[in-house]
Design a protein around this ligand. Structure first.
Ligand SMILES: *[C@@H]1O[C@H](CO)[C@@H](O)[C@H](O)[C@H]1NC(C)=O
Ligand SMILES: *[C@@H]1O[C@H](CO)[C@@H](O)[C@H](O)[C@H]1NC(C)=O
Ligand SMILES: *[C@@H]1O[C@H](CO)[C@@H](O)[C@H](O)[C@H]1NC(C)=O
Length: 350
């Protein structure tokens, strides 16, 4: 997509605003809202990509780490890397649990195993990273509905079940502490596509939007438990150069590739680092790029803001930008249709 001049100007304006805001906020936001040293973090989808990078970086900050994924071989390899990254290898503890997040009721077992390993205490932080993406054209591609159910099982239910299993521990009456206690954290991993949808991700995008709906609900529901402080967060990465990206490539429609061609992918290490920075800054919705930050301000609706003033003012500019962006994207899709004919001629539908 090539953005017209006006969009660039509007962007420039917003950039200056953001820079001023970020600089101003920097003076007030030095507190670490998610200390991990000596605490236990459980990550799903942690044997590759962003989850693996996050596990390594949290170990380097002194966390005890439990990594969860399906493949025991890869878990063992990753665990060795996590151990090697530890801040104080003699005191930190690490383990893995093999589980398929798409399986019904997997999470209660994972939490029970994690607690048994952890001397009866639940992990303090749970980060649901496990995810998949199967881009297909919704109407004409073979298997788009099956892919949609599968993406929902992994991306939405995989995280939803884990959040419920861990919240039942954290929020149990016998586990009440005090409103001042260091909060627990449940972190969902969505996608920039949960902030702005484009053609080709019909099977994937709704599963990530669903996480936003659950997080907003929990953010309010958690007020029922003032003596069991828990924070919920949603992280919104863009394209990541991970093994999942290679798998996604196998079904990605050509029109989608064309729409995305100007969005540079980021490495798993970069995305994990920026996510952790956002979590440490106490953000509710965490984005990992400037574009992501603009897109976040464009969807806030009734969601809690990271900063009510900055997010609201930025949000006023977004419709102006989107007017041009959407026209540009629509034009690209129309041009694609004119040059390639009806999708039934190139889709996988028989
Ligand atoms: C919550 O309380 C139960 C029962 O006392 C205990 O077994 C469990 O370890 C506690 N959970 C946490 C998170 O400490
Ligand atoms: C995925 O496809 C894009 C464009 O089609 C290409 O630039 C990228 O290198 C591919 N990535 C992987 C991991 O296959
Ligand atoms: C993009 O295309 C859709 C479908 O034709 C249309 O509803 C929408 O208004 C278009 N958006 C812009 C900004 O032109």
């Amino acid at each position: 997509m090539s953005l017209p001049v006006i969009t660039a100007t509007a962007l420039g304006l917003v950039v200056s605003l953001v820079i001023v805001a970020i600089t101003a906020m920097g003076f007030f936001q030095s507190k670490n809202h998610m200390p991990v040293e000596g605490r236990t973090v459980l990550l799903t989808g942690a044997s590759e990509g962003m989850g693996r990078s996050a596990a390594l970086q949290l170990a380097a900050k002194g966390a005890n780490v439990i990594i969860v994924s399906r493949n025991v071989g890869r878990l063992e390899e990753t665990l060795a890397d996590v151990k090697a990254a530890a801040k104080s290898p003699s005191t930190q503890r690490f383990t893995y649990i093999s589980a398929d997040v798409a399986e019904h009721d997997y999470a209660a077992r994972v939490v029970a195993e994690a607690m048994a390993w952890n001397g009866g205490s639940a992990p303090d932080i749970v980060w649901c990273v496990a995810g998949m993406s199967t881009p297909l054209l919704w109407a004409m591609d073979e298997g788009s509905m099956a892919a949609s159910r599968r993406n929902m099982d992994v991306n939405y239910f995989g995280a939803a079940e884990m959040s419920q299993a861990i919240l039942r521990e954290w929020l149990a009456p016998e586990n009440s502490t005090s409103p001042q206690a260091e909060p627990k954290h449940i972190i969902f991993t969505a996608s920039m596509l949960a902030l702005f949808a484009i053609v080709g991700y019909g099977p994937y995008t709704p599963s990530k939007w669903a996480l936003r709906g659950l997080a907003d609900t929990l953010a309010m529901e958690l007020n029922l438990y003032p003596d069991n402080p828990v924070r919920v967060h949603v992280v919104y990465p863009g394209t990541i150069t991970s093994p999942g990206f290679a798998r996604e490539n196998q079904t990605k429609p050509a029109v989608t590739v064309e729409l995305e061609k100007d969005e540079p992918p980021e490495t798993p290490d970069t995305v994990a680092r920026r996510s952790i920075q956002g979590l440490e800054a106490g953000k509710y919705f965490v984005t990992v790029s400037f574009l992501g930050e603009l897109m976040r301000c464009g969807v806030m609706g009734g969601s809690p803001r990271n900063n009510w003033f900055v997010d609201t003012v930025l949000g006023w500019f977004i419709p102006i930008i989107y007017f041009f962006v959407l026209r540009g994207l629509n034009a690209t899709v129309l041009r694609y249709a004119r040059t390639h004919g009806h999708p039934s001629t190139y889709s996988t539908k028989k």
